[in-house]
Design a protein around this ligand. Structure first.
Ligand code: CMP
Length: 148
């Protein structure tokens, strides 16, 4: 059974084309498929809305500022167990943990700090659906699941 997730390459990653290419290669070599993608620059309002669940956390303002600081690449990925698979490929959120426990993960290799941690992935089927609708409102999520 195929599932969907949202993968985001954050501004400090998109600014490094060779790194973007490495990550696309990782997606392909892990049997994940890019269903749709776009490169966008978030407004402050959009970034606040996307990270609403983190409102009030100590890192919220710096996270929002960072996510608006340049283009991001948003991808809908499909594959078996794609949510867990992509999260494993990314490695832990916190960069020191990523470098220590998972040095060849995306965050282990390309994370700069806990905020500038290279990439994002949906954490559940529900958040994947919500994030796909957030970034790809034209994408027919239910239709895709009927067909896959
Ligand atoms: P992401 O997967 O996009 O989800 C929330 C983001 O908050 C996370 O990646 C990091 O970029 C950012 N963040 C910054 N500091 C922290 C922290 N101490 N703990 C968790 N997330 C953090």
């Amino acid at each position: 059974k195929l599932h969907l997730t949202v993968a985001i390459l954050k501004p400090s990653t998109v600014s490094r084309p060779a790194v973007v290419q490495e990550i696309v290669n990782l997606v392909n070599s892990n049997d994940l498929r890019v269903i749709t993608q776009k490169q966008i620059v978030l407004t402050k309002e959009e970034a606040c809305r996307f990270y609403k669940e983190h409102e009030g956390r100590f890192f919220y303002n710096r996270l929002v500022t960072y996510m608006c600081s340049g283009p991001i690449m948003v991808m809908a990925l499909a594959g078996e167990d794609v949510i867990q698979k992509w999260r494993k490929i990314m490695g832990p959120t916190k960069v020191y943990r990523a470098q220590y426990e998972s040095p060849t993960s995306i965050r282990g290799l390309y994370g700069i700090s806990d905020t500038r941690n290279a990439a994002h992935g949906s954490d559940s089927v529900q958040s994947a659906e919500h994030e796909i609708q957030f970034f790809f409102p034209e994408f027919d999520y239910k239709q895709w699941y009927r067909e896959n």
